[in-house]
Design a binder for this molecule. Structure first.
Ligand SMILES: Nc1ncnc2c1ncn2[C@@H]1O[C@H](COP(=O)(O)OP(=O)(O)OP(=O)(O)O)[C@@H](O)[C@H]1O
Ligand SMILES: O=c1ccn([C@@H]2O[C@H](COP(=O)(O)O)[C@@H](O)[C@H]2O)c(=O)[nH]1
Ligand SMILES: [Mg+2]
Length: 240
């Protein structure tokens, strides 16, 4: 569990620890219950959270992000958080933001960052895992900055599924999942938004050496064989 107390021997020095206060109220390991609480009550020690391993999964509409995320989950044990799915869940639950989100998705536009980041944050906090695939986010520079400010964790890996436009259009039109944005008119808008707003995010991570570009053509298995070594390398690194 990534917000679990992993060490009780050091003080929290960073002011960017939005999860720490919540962690303190949700201590759930035996060791922290026996010794930690007593020491914290005396004001001696603050809990230190384990930093999660975060992968952002980016690419145009229909580039195969969700499909590959399923394979990454199966092989490497990540928790998959699709920003689009979280937003669709809000629509389905008739939440206060539901109507606004539905209209935004129909238009192929981007939902305000704070709405999306809060949904991601909620699912991360309620997860027992410490490895997350955040699929279809950040889509804009504003999304990226908002995540940085609210979650205060940098991604370890950014995957970019690079797919030719005509292939993406073909896949989306064949998807057949009843999505309100799977029609030619909305796809054209989504492609424009991707180019104008999402490519700058991809360039940002490229400049920081965090970007792994996957040629997203071929069979699903062929594409996964480009993805696999990226995470294998991280596993070996962690073990070695
Ligand atoms: N390598 C592939 N070859 C052919 N079809 C594929 C491939 N990968 C995925 N698909 C199919 O293309 C469609 C889009 O894939 P997927 O939903 O994974 O894309 P996505 O990037 O998550 O799209 P979106 O951003 O719209 O959610 C699905 O119907 C999927 O089954
Ligand atoms: O961070 C996000 C993610 C998604 N959206 C909106 O949802 C649709 C569908 O997203 P998929 O990732 O393709 O499922 C997208 O076109 C946006 O309208 C968003 O606003 N912010
Ligand atoms: Mg998807």
């Amino acid at each position: 569990m990534w917000r679990r107390v992993v060490s009780l021997s050091s003080f929290i020095s960073s002011s960017r620890t939005s999860f720490v206060a919540q962690t303190a109220s949700r201590l759930n390991t035996c060791e922290s219950l026996t010794t930690g609480i007593a020491q914290q009550a005396k004001g001696v020690i603050a809990p230190k959270e384990k930093t999660p391993f975060i992968t952002f999964v980016l690419g145009g509409p229909g580039s195969g992000k969700g499909t590959q995320c399923i394979k990454i989950v199966e092989t490497f044990g990540f928790t998959h958080l699709s920003a689009g799915d979280l937003l669709r869940r809000e629509i389905a639950s008739n939440s206060a933001d539901g109507a606004m989100i539905l209209n935004t998705i129909k238009e192929g536009k981007i939902v305000p960052s704070q709405v999306t980041v809060k949904l991601i944050q909620k699912d991360m906090e309620s997860s027992d895992n410490d490895k997350f695939l955040i699929d279809g986010f950040p889509r804009t520079e504003e999304n990226r900055v908002s995540f940085d400010q609210i979650i205060s964790v940098e991604p370890n890996v950014v995957l970019f599924f690079d797919c030719p436009e005509e292939e993406m259009v073909k896949r989306v039109l064949n998807r057949n999942q009843g999505r309100v944005d799977d029609n030619l008119e909305t796809i054209k808008k989504r492609l424009q938004v991707f180019e104008a707003l999402s490519l700058p995010v991809i360039n940002y991570y490229s400049q920081r050496g965090k970007l792994y570009t996957i040629k997203a053509i071929g069979t699903e298995d062929e594409i996964f064989e480009q993805v696999r070594p990226i995470f294998t390398a991280f596993e070996l690194h962690a073990a070695g």
